[in-house]
Design a binder for this molecule. Structure first.
Ligand SMILES: [Cu+2]
Length: 175
């Protein structure tokens, strides 16, 4: 726990040192971030909005144009979404060094989300608290991304819950 706190404090300092270009220092550290989600062909399919709340981060997802059914959804550790496979978003956001999944005794990753249940009209919504995170940690030097996967997350298989390929991705930008 002490190590975690130190890492978070370190991230905060880094964020404070890199806010010269366009942002306004500490004022934005408490603000939110929005990820516009796109498929591999560039089609915009929705957004994920992150904000600091109750000592963690609240993320709201609102997506459309997706295949019906459950899909793994996570905050990934790098703010890059290069198609078509979006592997540049890296692995799940995991500042506390856990294994994947809420049903994994060694988990979960800070960025683990429940599956988004997409209805027959292609729409899926989720609101989720990520207790093990701060906006400063999320928006660190390499940023963060939100990723939706092709298949359901089983909530226990490391590293990504067997949720298959990445079908949509968005880079978090300060909002
Ligand atoms: Cu993922």
């Amino acid at each position: 726990m002490i190590r975690v706190m130190t890492a978070a404090a370190g991230a905060l300092v880094i964020a404070g040192c890199t806010t010269m270009g366009g942002t306004t220092g500490d004022a934005t550290a408490a603000g939110g971030a929005t990820a516009v989600l796109r498929m591999a062909d560039g089609t915009e399919i929705g957004r994920a909005v992150a904000s600091e709340a109750n000592g963690g981060i609240r993320v709201s997802l609102d997506a459309s144009k997706l295949p019906a059914g459950p899909h793994g959804a996570h905050v990934h550790t790098t703010g890059r979404c290069d198609g078509p496979d979006f592997t540049t978003a890296g692995s799940h956001w995991n500042p506390t060094g856990k294994k994947h999944g809420t049903e994994n005794p060694m988990g979960p990753h800070a960025g683990d989300f429940p599956n988004v249940q997409v209805s027959a009209d292609g729409r899926g919504k989720l609101e989720m608290m990520l207790p093990a995170g701060t906006m400063a940690g999320l928006m660190d030097a390499d940023g963060a991304a939100f990723v939706i996967h092709a298949a359901a997350d089983d909530y226990k298989t490391d590293p990504s819950g067997n949720s298959g390929g990445r079908i949509a991705c968005g880079v978090f930008e300060r909002s």
